[in-house]
Every structure is written in C-alpha cells, then in structure tokens.
Design a protein around this ligand. Structure first.
Ligand code: ADP
Ligand code: MG
Length: 149
C-alpha cells in the first residue's frame, strides 16, 4: 500500500486495523517494528489505537509521551505475537536513551510488535527491516498516510 488519504480518525484506525490483520501471522526471527513519523497531531497515536484494537489489545491506548514506553498484551487468536510495545521517542535525544529502555531486547524478540512514534529521531537504532509509516497533516481532518515495507 503506497499511500492513502483519510478524512477522519476512524478512517485512519481502519487503515491501521487492515495493516494489523495483514501482519498478525507474519513469522520473523526478530520483532516486527513499525516506525511512525509525522508532526504533532498528524495521527500517529490514533493509528496505533486502531492497530492495537485489531490485535485484541484491551487496555486503553494513551500517548506515552511521559512514560516513553507502554507494554500491552495481544489477545488475538492465532497471532504470532503476544506483546505490543508502544514507544514515543519525542523526548529522546539519541539511540543511547533507547538502549537504556532495554530496546535491544525488545527488538530481538520475535513475539513482539513494536510501534515507535517519532522514529525519525532515533533512526540510527531502528532495525533495517522496519516498516516506515509517514503521516502528513493536509487539512483539519485530512491526513495522508504512506506505508513503506
Ligand atoms: P500524534 O500522535 O501524531 O501526535 P494523535 O493521533 O494524537 O497525533 O492526534 C491526531 C488528532 O487529529 C486526533 O485528535 C484525531 O482525532 C484528529 N484527526 C482528525 N482527522 C484525522 C485523521 N484523518 N486521521 C487521524 N487523526 C485525525
Ligand atoms: Mg502521539
């Protein structure tokens, strides 16, 4: 999927849910990593809400700006993955900060899905096979989302 336009938050969540359903049975030898970039309010957290719901995450998805990292259990049946990590790199200065959060271990585990907001700030430590998702704020409720696998 190269690029889509959404007209409201629900549509963005639907795009995210569709992607989650396509990835849920993927078998890798490391974590599945989604790198999200785009300005504040572009829809990154909204996307992660839709993605998580499709995987059967039951907790409410909140922006991890202050906590930096949220861990959620995946309840979907027949999923390759059992844990979803939601990370916000907005306040991080470098990959070094991320190493302190135990990110290496998180990236190494094939049962993890990792969604990282502001991934462009820590590009150097992002795994090479990450799926990059860019959010463009076009108009008040209009967003362009590009997914590069
Ligand atoms: P980010 O995490 O990128 O800072 P959020 O997802 O927290 O962005 O916020 C996006 C805001 O924009 C939400 O209030 C959401 O309801 C609103 N919004 C309006 N239109 C859209 C759209 N098409 N897609 C996503 N969010 C939208
Ligand atoms: Mg956010």
């Amino acid at each position: 999927m190269p690029s889509v336009i959404t007209e409201n938050a629900k549509e963005t969540q639907k795009i995210a849910a569709d992607l989650a359903k396509r990835l849920i049975r993927k078998k890798l030898n490391k974590a599945l990593v989604l790198a999200l970039e785009g300005e504040l309010g572009a829809g990154k957290t909204t996307f992660i809400k839709g993605f998580s719901k499709a995987l059967g995450v039951r907790e409410k998805i909140l922006s991890p700006t202050f906590v930096l990292i949220h861990k959620h259990k995946i309840h979907a049946q027949r999923s390759t993955f059992n844990t979803l990590y939601h990370i916000d790199a907005y306040r991080l200065n470098s990959g070094k900060d991320l190493s302190k959060l135990g990110l290496k271990e998180i990236f190494a585990n094939p049962q993890n899905i990792v969604l990282l907001e502001w991934a462009d700030r820590v590009k150097k430590v992002m795994p090479r096979k990450s799926i990059w998702i860019h959010f463009y704020h076009l108009e008040q409720n209009k967003r362009k989302i590009t997914i590069k696998q």
